[in-house]
Design a protein around this ligand. Structure first.
Ligand SMILES: Nc1nc2c(ncn2[C@@H]2O[C@H](COP(=O)(O)OP(=O)(O)OP(=O)(O)O)[C@@H](O)[C@H]2O)c(=O)[nH]1
Length: 240
């Protein structure tokens, strides 16, 4: 057979146009902590790039997504924003503890009670078979409110060390607050979730299929928040 040029097509061979689209890996990260610590604001800030003007108590669980590029691979970070209030979470708990790749524990640096609740949140994870092999991080939020801080960095760091988690102090509201220590980094919220994503990517791949026909959604009974327009409407919980 004469061959001219650099490519030969055989009958039935796969060409680039017939190859199935690459699967997008999805990392499911759950965000938990007391009501009012800022879970919705943190997840919204990462996915929508801004602080939400108004939030209401989460009912059930919301999830927000953002597609990021990590070392040339397109990865979907799916943040599950869970209700902090017991009465709004009971019926949903079993959904969001399934197929979890990482956990973000959040407390409010201006609310010591939210810090004291952390062992109970860790225990809840344990009860749902989330072991220490699942990466976990601790986030102290609202550090823009410097005059009202009740939880010092030292005590938080001790707790984080005791539970083998990295600690991040940040503000979903104003990561640029002057003199804000770790708040002084304008992209701190971004860095927190990207750090988790990098860690997950470097681990043995955990592949979840892209849910057919849509991505993202909400299990919240009352509201939906959109992300940067990468698709976040409707029920899309096939990975949970
Ligand atoms: N100053 C300041 N306020 C914040 C920050 N993050 C959140 N808030 C405020 O804290 C309140 C609660 O924020 P949410 O994000 O709704 O808290 P949540 O943890 O999702 O609460 P639940 O949905 O009830 O579990 C809202 O009034 C926010 O505007 C922050 O970094 N700094």
């Amino acid at each position: 057979m004469a061959v001219s040029g650099s490519s030969v097509e055989f009958p039935g061979s796969l060409t680039s146009s017939s190859l199935p689209p690459p699967r997008t890996r999805i990392f499911k990260i759950i965000v938990i902590g007391d009501s009012g610590v800022g879970k919705t604001c943190l997840t919204y800030r990462f996915c929508a790039g801004k602080f939400p003007e108004k939030t209401e108590a989460t009912i059930g669980v919301d999830f927000r997504e953002r597609l990021v590029d990590i070392d040339g691979e397109s990865i979907k970070i799916q943040l599950w924003d869970t209700a902090g209030q017991e009465r709004f979470r009971k019926s949903m708990v079993q959904h969001y503890y399934r197929n979890v790749h990482a956990v973000v524990f959040v407390y409010d640096v201006t609310n010591a009670a939210s810090f004291r609740s952390l062992p109970a949140w860790i225990e809840e994870c344990k009860q749902h078979a989330l072991g220490t092999e699942v990466p976990r991080i601790l986030v102290g939020n609202k550090c823009d409110l410097q005059d009202s801080v009740q939880v010092g960095t030292d005590v938080a760091q001790q707790f984080a060390d005791a539970h083998s988690m990295p600690l991040f102090e940040t503000s979903a509201k104003n990561p640029n607050s002057p003199g804000g220590g770790s708040c002084g980094n304008s992209d701190h919220v971004e860095a927190i979730f990207m750090t988790v994503a990098h860690k997950l990517k470097s681990q043995k791949p955990l592949v979840l299929s892209q849910p057919p026909g849509g991505s993202g959604g909400t299990i919240n009974l009352s509201r939906v928040m959109n992300d940067r327009g990468e698709g976040n409407t409707g029920w899309g919980c096939s990975s949970c």
